[in-house]
Design a protein around this ligand. Sequence first.
Ligand SMILES: NC(=O)c1ccc[n+]([C@@H]2O[C@H](COP(=O)([O-])OP(=O)(O)OC[C@H]3O[C@@H](n4cnc5c(N)ncnc54)[C@H](OP(=O)(O)O)[C@@H]3O)[C@@H](O)[C@H]2O)c1
Length: 280
Amino acid sequence: MTQILVTGATGNVGREVVTQLVSAGVPVRAFVRDALTTRLPEGVEIAAGDLSEPETLERALSGITTVFLVWPFLTSEGAPAVLATIAGSARRLVYLSSSGVDDNAERQTDPIYRLHADMESLITASGLEWTILRADTIASNALGWAGQIRQDGVVRGPDIAPTAVVHQADVAAVAARVLTGDGHVGARYVLTGPQVVSRADQVRMIGEAIGRPLRFEKVPVETARERMLADGRPPALVEALLASTRRPRSDLITSTVEEITGRPARTFREWAADHAADFR
Ligand SMILES: NC(=O)c1ccc[n+]([C@@H]2O[C@H](COP(=O)([O-])OP(=O)(O)OC[C@H]3O[C@@H](n4cnc5c(N)ncnc54)[C@H](OP(=O)(O)O)[C@@H]3O)[C@@H](O)[C@H]2O)c1
């Protein structure tokens, strides 16, 4: 079996991709920024580098034919060089995109959706054999509430319209199948969870998982902006995050996770049970 290069390997989704590939006996090389402190499952080869320095990626690609790509930036500016580097060595690319990409929109207004639309255009023109995974909101975003939950049991933040939040393990399970199986070249898979949930629902379900009543308290966008800027977050990131408050509710639920992995997509309640320890 050929070795797979996983980028974003220390992140919520990438770490799961690594873990699931290793469990399936697939050789993995993880592309990480901090090789000294990174802890990944035994047997994973570590390649140090940074996606903003394509020459570091070139070294990591030696002998690799298949790449899992996570794009951690707010613009696609550096992507042509990264994709050319990948195409110079590998053949297959699986990209983690967003379910918000609209094939009918000329130019998407939401900065994160626009980023992924731009990335997809570059990838489909790259000459690589691509597969695109368009994930809905990923459940692990809720880990960002852990501090507030532990402190006073109230999650305060801007509200985002309900969507079918997807467990990162399900995104990773699809990625693992697509990275190692045939028949997925040129496919765009939209991955959702099985239920549409609001932020208030998510907070309540985490409370049920840890046996404490919790609640979500909506904060006006202006207040959220001031707090995020005061925390030192870059203005472009703050605006991209706040743009998600203008997204409409999405009732889209797909069966793609089950079709590809053979098991139904996990509910947010299951995610909360899996992560109860993170909130206690
Ligand atoms: N969150 C959602 O709801 C959602 C929905 C749809 C799609 N997505 C896409 O999914 C991606 C992954 O999500 P996630 O939750 O797994 O993200 P995450 O936990 O924030 O992980 C990001 C990963 O990217 C790495 N990284 C950051 N900057 C890098 C750089 N300059 N060079 C190389 N690696 C770098 C990080 O490594 P370090 O440990 O070194 O920081 C980390 O491993 C997102 O970036 C987004 O594009 C997210």
